[in-house]
Design a protein around this ligand. Structure first.
Ligand code: SF4
Length: 341
């Protein structure tokens, strides 16, 4: 069952300079679905639009970001709700109990001059009537922290008394205390060292197993996707250019950009030179015509410079936006079928 559907979504930053408007096309015609209980990973280089996509999924579109078209629909209590057309109060009701958010840095959530326990109290108090039953609040917070392997003493601490990894765990504890159906996580382990990073990602995985939530995880780090994601969508220049189950995308990436992303990852025992994509990503304010990857693509043909490839099916549960990759895969598929006759 799909719990979130994105259809032809466009969200651009509209910048004004010298009396002229300039559109930075951060989310440009994105369509995707998120299935119940899965971890959908969204990957791509920084500046490709993945964090703006996550903001748009939260319905948090504020100037200079502007909604230019398309829909973001959540399934909530068997009703479809278009978050971008909901009044602010309705949208806020959906937040935290139905949809929650884990930001990049914990300091945007944790008030430096408040103890962690007070932050929990005001956060939970905004959604549940904790005045009526303060004992219930205490036991809810304590048992949630214990489930997450956090010492209950953390509640007495100020954010600066905790390590970066601990603060991020507290942020995750806040985001999941009301057992939301969907968690949107934006680079939740950035700026942490590798070992702590692994712990934070495992914590999210454990919560998902326990609470049966659905997670949309944005990170540029393909190794994290390999660890946690069930499916991965690759973004390039504001568009999804490939989407497939995680095993498939690592075993058989079809888009040349995805091939570079995966080919550049280090492998244990393999000392050969890793090749990354040549050149740099285009400016989202000045995209090249046709396929936005064509100036960097070794396979580009004339059609690639003229037309934008659409995301088409290229195998079971696998979609790719590339004229040649989709064709090649279809050819391989039909010759495999002939070979098996
Ligand atoms: Fe390369 Fe053309 Fe495919 Fe774009 S559509 S990735 S330029 S082959």
């Amino acid at each position: 069952m799909d719990v979130l559907r994105v259809e032809k979504l466009k969200a651009f930053y509209i910048m004004e300079s010298a009396g002229e408007e300039r559109a930075v096309k951060a989310v440009n015609d994105v369509s995707l679905t998120v299935r119940e209980n899965e971890v959908l990973g969204i990957a791509g280089e920084s500046g490709c639009g993945k964090s703006t996509l996550l903001k748009s999924l939260l319905g948090s579109i504020r100037p200079p970001l502007r909604h230019m078209g398309g829909r973001v629909t959540y399934l909530h209590r068997d009703r479809e709700m278009d978050i971008l057309s909901l009044p602010k109060e309705e949208r806020q009701k959906l937040m935290w109990q139905h949809i929650s958010y884990v930001p990049q840095g914990s300091l945007s959530v944790l008030n430096p001059v408040r103890r962690i326990g007070d932050t929990f109290r005001s956060f939970v108090g905004a959604h549940l009537d904790i005045q009526k039953d303060p004992d219930r609040f205490e036991s809810l917070v304590r048992s949630h922290l214990q489930d997450l392997g956090l010492p209950v003493d953390t509640l007495k601490a100020y954010p600066h008394q905790l390590s970066g990894g601990m603060r991020q765990r507290v942020t995750i504890a806040l985001a999941t205390i009301l057992k939301p159906r969907l968690i949107l996580a934006d680079e939740p382990s950035t700026a942490l060292d590798v070992v702590v990073q692994r712990g934070v990602i495992q914590l999210l995985r454990d919560i998902q197993t326990e609470q049966h939530n659905t997670i949309v995880m944005v990170t540029h780090d393909m190794a994290i996707h390999a660890n946690i994601s069930d499916r991965v969508a690759i973004m390039y220049a504001g568009r999804i250019i490939e989407e497939a189950p995680v095993e498939r995308i690592f075993a058989k990436p079809l888009h040349p950009y995805t091939q570079y992303l995966i080919g550049s990852l280090p492998r244990i025992g393999d000392k050969s030179y890793r090749l990354s994509a040549p050149g740099t990503p285009p400016s989202l304010a000045d995209l090249p015509p046709g396929c936005a990857f064509h100036p960097r693509c070794p396979n580009a043909e004339s059609i690639c410079r003229r037309e934008i490839p659409s995301l088409s099916l290229a195998g079971r549960d696998h979609r790719v936006a590339c004229f040649l990759a989709a064709k090649e895969d279809a050819d391989v598929g039909s010759s495999e079928a002939l070979g098996s006759q």
